[in-house]
Design a protein. Structure first.
Length: 480
């Protein structure tokens, strides 16, 4: 079951894997023609009523697969205003092949659309691109198609229906049969229509591997205010100073608005010294101890997400403090580094994203396996048991919440240098402020690895963690 947004992500991931949308459209059109043939005999009349988007494009392709029939392609709108290159190319192919087409360019001419004597109507006016109620001429055409006493095959979703909800903002086509692509859509269940799910050749990898499609639809709101894109608290430092500073800077580079770094007063000036962009809160003492937990809880109460772990060290007192914090906190937390080992023993209401490398995973009582797919299955079971999202860092990162498991393939051997894990924790934290845990972990791993790949292109083996910070803005943008 895929929502329209997830479908768009999978589609873009397929394109990145070398299966471009035009190829998918070819398979979609073929699949539509296959269903149409169930309703007609050779020589019968088929009319395909098409919109100017890719839904119409699917039907332009279908028309080429229906050469045994008396086919008519009706375009609602002017051919010059076909919205996408791939639909326009398929429209041009119809002209070159002399397949009969008509265009309906204003709302009065829609009355000329003669549906009498037609044996099958293909509804390809609108698919997942619909916004709001059907406008003219589609609204009138939808009434005509529904009123005709003829089998109606809808492409992807009946025009006017929202594929996510099954509802229509205005009128919509009542279809007898819906041919949808790759996977079913939530809104199709509620319809009184037969549904065919057509395999259009999207590789399973487009869903399994995190890709550029996963970055879609997460643009910052144009008129956002300070805080809308997240305020974070990083809890770290003590034996180390660089780790919390890297995590804090990564939070900002990944798009959050504000970052507070709570660290022992002994290292606070040093942490602040790395960057004027960080708001540093000194905690009493030389390491994080149970006596500062109330202070941490008070600071964490006002933020959108917490990153806990970078540079904390693993003293008994620090581990008790982390356990007490997680015990009492109910927000969203990325748990990294030395903080990870306490997770299996705490009973927390917080929503955790744990970011262990394979050694830390074992330290948490988790699995180990050399085979990626075997490890992925085991990580899924481990995450389900833990009740939290787990991101296992490695050559290929494994992300699972126990329900869905994703693999990230960005990144390179140069990233085994110190500090890249702190950057990852900060990036995931920033995303966790505004996104669901699995999405934050998946996109965080992808973006951090991508930043590492961009850095490796520039500096090769000399890569250091701060190189990643500089490349995060580019790694977060998508060409889509
Ligand atoms: N992987 C896939 O899922 C594939 C899907 N394909 C097909 O592509 C459509 C979605 O195409 P898209 O171009 O994004 O949108 P539409 O064709 O549905 O509509 C865009 C078109 O409609 C106009 N419009 C929007 N709202 C309204 C309205 N209320 N009234 C009138 N007109 C409206 C808008 O202005 C645009 O011109 C998907 O459903 C599949 O059929 C491809 O085959 C590739 C693989
Ligand atoms: K449709």
């Amino acid at each position: 079951m895929l929502t329209a947004d997830r479908m768009a992500a999978v589609d873009a991931n397929a394109a990145a894997l070398g299966v471009p949308r035009k190829q998918l459209m070819e398979s979609s059109g073929n699949a539509v023609a296959r269903v149409v043939r169930q309703y007609v005999d050779p020589g019968d009349r088929v009319i395909l009523v098409c919109g100017r988007g890719n839904n119409g494009g699917d039907a332009f392709v279908a028309a080429r697969f229906l050469s045994d029939y008396d086919v008519q392609v009706a375009l609602l709108g002017h051919p010059d205003r076909i919205g996408t290159d791939i639909a326009r190319e398929n429209w041009a192919a119809l002209q070159a092949a002399e397949i009969p087409t008509t265009t309906i360019t204003d709302s009065t001419a829609i009355g000329d659309l003669d549906l009498s004597g037609v044996d099958c109507i293909v509804d390809a006016m609108l698919g997942t691109g619909v916004t709001g109620a059907l406008r003219e001429p589609a609204a009138t055409a939808a009434r005509g198609i529904t009123a005709a006493d003829t089998p109606v095959v809808a492409v992807d979703v009946p025009s006017g229906v929202d594929a996510d909800t099954g509802r229509a903002a205005g009128n919509a086509v009542a279809a007898d049969h819906v041919v949808t692509f790759h996977d079913t859509k939530p809104g199709l269940d509620a319809l009184d229509a037969e549904v065919t799910v057509a395999d259009i050749g999207i590789p399973a990898a487009a869903e399994r591997f995190v890709g550029p499609g996963d970055l879609l639809g997460r643009d910052r709101v144009a008129e956002s205010h300070k805080g809308d894109n997240g305020e974070l608290l990083v809890i770290g430092g003590g034996p180390y100073t660089g780790a919390p500073a890297l995590a804090g800077q990564a939070v900002l580079r990944a798009g959050a608005d504000l970052v507070n770094v709570a660290c022992p007063e002994s290292v606070a000036p040093q942490v602040q010294g790395y960057s004027e962009n960080l708001i540093v809160h000194p905690l009493a003492g030389e390491e994080v101890t149970p006596s500062v937990v109330d202070d941490l809880l008070a600071r964490a109460a006002g933020v959108d997400a917490v990153v806990c772990g970078p540079g904390l060290g693993d003293s008994e007192s620090t581990r008790s403090a982390v356990a007490a914090f997680l015990d009492a906190y109910d927000g969203r937390v990325v748990v990294d580094a030395d903080a990870l080992s306490v997770v299996p023993d705490v009973d927390t209401d917080a929503t955790l994203v744990c970011t262990p490398h394979q050694g830390e995973l074992v330290g948490m009582g988790g699995p180990s396996a050399d085979d990626r797919e075997q490890l992925a299955d085991q990580v899924s079971d481990f995450a389900a048991e833990l009740g939290h999202t787990v991101l296992v860092k490695g050559t290929h990162d494994i992300i699972s919440d126990g329900e869905t498991t994703r693999i990230n393939r960005t990144g390179n051997p140069g990233m085994t240098v110190g500090g890249t894990g702190d950057v990852l924790a900060g990036v995931v934290g920033a995303l966790l402020a505004t996104e669901a845990p699995r999405a934050a972990a998946s996109v965080g791993a992808y973006v951090t690895g991508h930043a590492g790949d961009l850095a490796a292109d520039a500096v090769g083996d000399s890569l250091v963690a701060t190189d990643l910070l500089d490349r995060l803005p580019e790694a977060l943008t998508t060409d889509e």
